[in-house]
Ligand binder design. Structure first.
Ligand code: TRH
Length: 405
């Protein structure tokens, strides 16, 4: 517990929802700093939506970059400092000392990925009559140490507050990853509806669905030196490849390959057996359909990596690169869990391809392609294994209940 209470002559703050803490309608503030890309706000937004819709919490998201947010939530207006979308209050956290339009402390305070709470907010947390439950939501990692550190408390050095570390993970004893209650039902409904799939193709590419024998691949990745070789292999291979590329960091490589000025949404290009479409970067809710419609998914970072697992399709992960190659043990930890129990030849092909896509060697599509049926079986098996960990929002809500008793 804390070493000392903060010196303060200010009055204690009354909680929003004093008496009925453990009741359904908890107030929750999520603080998010966007480091880069879309994963920080992507995870926070998905969690916010789930806590609101499935757990009935009153959620507020304070985020420092509304433009990144708008990319995956098109209803958001970046110039508006405070707005409500789908029942969730969104505030532009415009400077580190800013703590929302009014200083209100929620029952549950989530700081995402180690961002520092505004000092004025932290001080008010300590003054609140009933202290909030304070969590730091960490980045996802499949490494063994995660279960050991999940839910570890960390007393604040000056305030009588305790922060708890909440670790997402892929194994028992961790917080799991986000999965909405209705996700499997939506996936099943889409995947079995000829009309829904045809409508998707028309909207995304302006074309009807491809021939059933074509292999459909979605490509969401950072810049990647291996892409040129892979595009050549797809172009020169024996099967028709339909490549679906949401506009982003890999688009420049597609433009170079096809000799185009850009590979902006709406562009399509063919060479040999490769037919590539540049797609609009969709809303976050619509991204799942791209994973469901594809036979193989290239994903990256954190949130799309998790969604690919729930999509139950073979996938290749471009892990977020870190200094000193700190990401490589994380890549291998994920492979160790995901590919456990695969037969050796398929296992070796998967490991080799993931490694090549992350900088070690040249990806061999024919080798990978040969094992697609095994990867498909594994994808379904793995989703069942991962579901046993429980979904992150549910695990988090369960933990909060234990703290508010
Ligand atoms: O954008 P990312 O590379 O984010 C990364 C990681 O989270 C990484 O761990 C973190 O350290 C770094 O950001 C700062 O990849 P990620 O996590 O998959 O996030 C992408 C989000 O974008 C995800 O929520 C899915 C969403 N998305 C759409 O909404 N529409 C799209 O068309 C696509 C392709 C993605």
């Amino acid at each position: 517990m804390p070493a000392a209470s903060p010196p303060s002559s200010q009055p204690a703050l009354a909680p929003h929802h004093s008496a009925k803490h453990a009741s359904a309608s908890l107030a929750c503030d999520i603080f998010c700093v966007v480091i880069d890309n879309f994963g920080d706000i992507g995870v926070c937004w998905r969690l916010a939506r789930q806590l609101s819709t499935e757990h009935g919490w009153q959620v507020r998201v304070l985020v420092d970059d509304l433009h990144a947010f708008q990319a995956l939530c098109p209803a958001l207006v970046p110039s508006v400092a405070r707005q409500t979308i789908d029942g969730i209050v969104i505030e532009h956290w415009h400077e580190p000392t800013h703590a929302g339009a009014v200083l209100k402390i929620a029952d549950v305070v989530l700081e995402a990925f180690g961002c520092d709470l505004p000092p004025v907010y932290l001080a008010a947390m300590a003054r609140r009559i009933r202290q909030p439950v304070w969590l730091n939501l960490e980045y996802l990692s499949a490494e063994d140490w995660v279960a050991e550190f999940h839910l570890r408390p960390s007393p604040h050095p000056r305030y009588p507050l305790v922060k708890t570390f909440f670790f997402p993970g892929l194994s028992a004893g961790t917080g799991g990853v986000l999965k909405e209650h209705d996700l499997d039902a939506r996936r099943h409904a889409f995947s079995t509806s000829v009309a829904a799939r045809a409508a998707w193709w028309l909207k995304a590419t302006g074309e009807p669905p491809p021939a059933p024998e074509a292999t459909v691949i979605s490509l969401f990745a950072y810049e990647n030196p291996a892409i040129g070789s892979l595009l050549e292999q797809w172009r020169d291979g024996h099967e028709a490849i339909i490549l679906l590329v949401p506009e982003g960091r890999i688009s420049g490589a597609l433009a170079d390959f096809f000799g185009l000025a850009s590979f902006a949404a709406g562009t399509q290009a063919r060479q040999g057996n490769l037919h590539a479409h540049a797609l609009v970067f969709s809303s976050q809710q619509d991204y799942d359909a791209l994973l469901w419609i594809s036979d193989v998914n290239f994903v990256r970072g954190e949130d799309s990596f998790a969604r690919a697992q729930w999509a139950q399709k073979p996938f290749i992960w471009h892990i977020y690169p870190q200094a000193d190659a700190a990401h490589l043990p994380k890549l291998d930890a994920a492979l160790t869990r995901y590919a456990a129990h695969m037969e050796p030849a398929a296992h070796a092909a998967l490991v080799a391809f993931w490694h090549a896509w992350n900088g070690a060697g040249t990806p061999d599509w024919a080798h990978f392609r040969h094992h697609l049926p095994a990867f498909h079986t594994q994808a379904g098996r793995w989703a069942e294994t991962l579901a046993e960990v429980g979904d992150l929002a549910g695990n988090l809500a369960d933990f909060i209940k234990t703290q508010l008793k």
